[in-house]
Design a protein around this ligand. Structure first.
Ligand code: IPD
Ligand code: CA
Length: 264
């Protein structure tokens, strides 16, 4: 089995194991702070354990970089890194808001740009997005691409979670001039962007972790999306627990300029 097949099966198993847990009191159980810095909830732990058990079962030789469990060496000769956000959108998952996903990526090296496989599964319905480097991006097995046309409604995902006054002021023209949206699960928002449902994504809070973005990065790139950092350079970063990312994703240069020029 190659890395992509392993990630697809691991994601399917997460869906099976958490589908009845989301929105229940049990989902919220507090396990203290995880490696990513947030409180690990029971639903996060159940989902991560599903992946770790499966990777051990298949003997996949890798190092896991999990949002809750941290770095777990599963082999002395790892083929690369499995970057795991087993539940992205944990607050939604715990409350039962049907917008959360799993995000699993495989990287051969230690940079975001060395991600070669990514899978995002919408855990409210089980639908899956995947990509392998150079092979295009897919939703439920069908090839997808970003919305590279003039949109009827320009939909812009703006991450406003935890934003202070200064950031809100900076984002104000984007909020005023577009159909701005914020759903609460970065990876699933990137997948929707890759599928052409959203034209631009803006997250300039400097809070996104490697685990939140690794799979979405590849899926959005393989779908033809433009992925840039806060200096408008091609997005890249170290696969480190200290890394925090700001990014902009756009279907093309035209829509990027229309939305962010003068702001970023
Ligand atoms: C969070 C989500 C959310 C973003 C946060 C992330 P988590 O991931 O992606 O949309 O605003 O910055 O931490 O904690 O639910 O895995
Ligand atoms: Ca998470």
């Amino acid at each position: 089995m190659d890395a992509l097949e392993i990630l697809c099966e691991a994601s399917r198993r997460i869906y099976e194991n958490v589908r009845d847990l989301a929105g229940t009191e049990l989902a919220a159980g507090d396990f203290g702070r995880g490696a990513g810095g947030d409180i690990s909830r029971n639903i996060d732990i159940v989902a991560e354990k599903t992946v770790l058990d499966y990777l051990k079962e298949t003997g996949f030789e890798c190092t896991v970089l999990g949002e809750e469990c941290g770095r777990v060496e599963l082999s002395e000769n790892p083929r690369g890194y499995v970057i795991m956000d087993a539940i992205d959108g944990s607050a939604n998952a715990v409350r039962g808001v049907p917008f959360f996903c799993s995000s699993l990526a495989f990287a051969e090296g230690e940079r975001l740009s060395s991600v070669t496989a990514g899978v995002i599964t919408d855990l409210s319905g089980g639908q899956s997005y995947h990509a392998a480097s150079g092979g295009g991006a897919f939703y439920e097995g069908k090839k997808i691409s970003v919305h590279d046309k003039k949109p009827v409604y320009r939909i812009v995902g703006v991450n406003t979670s935890g934003a202070g006054m200064e950031l809100v002021k900076r984002l104000q023209p984007i909020l005023e001039n577009n159909h701005a949206r914020h759903f609460g699960a970065n990876a699933l928002e990137m997948a929707m962007f890759a599928r052409g449902l959203v034209d631009v994504l803006v997250d300039i809070r400097g809070k996104i972790r490697i685990q939140d973005i690794a799979a979405g990065y590849l899926i959005a790139r393989e779908a033809g999306g433009l992925l840039l950092d806060e200096h408008m350079n091609p997005l890249d970063a170290d696969l480190s627990y200290e890394t925090r990312i700001s990014f902009v994703a756009a279907a093309n240069r035209t829509v990027l300029d229309e939305v962010v020029s003068g702001i970023i």
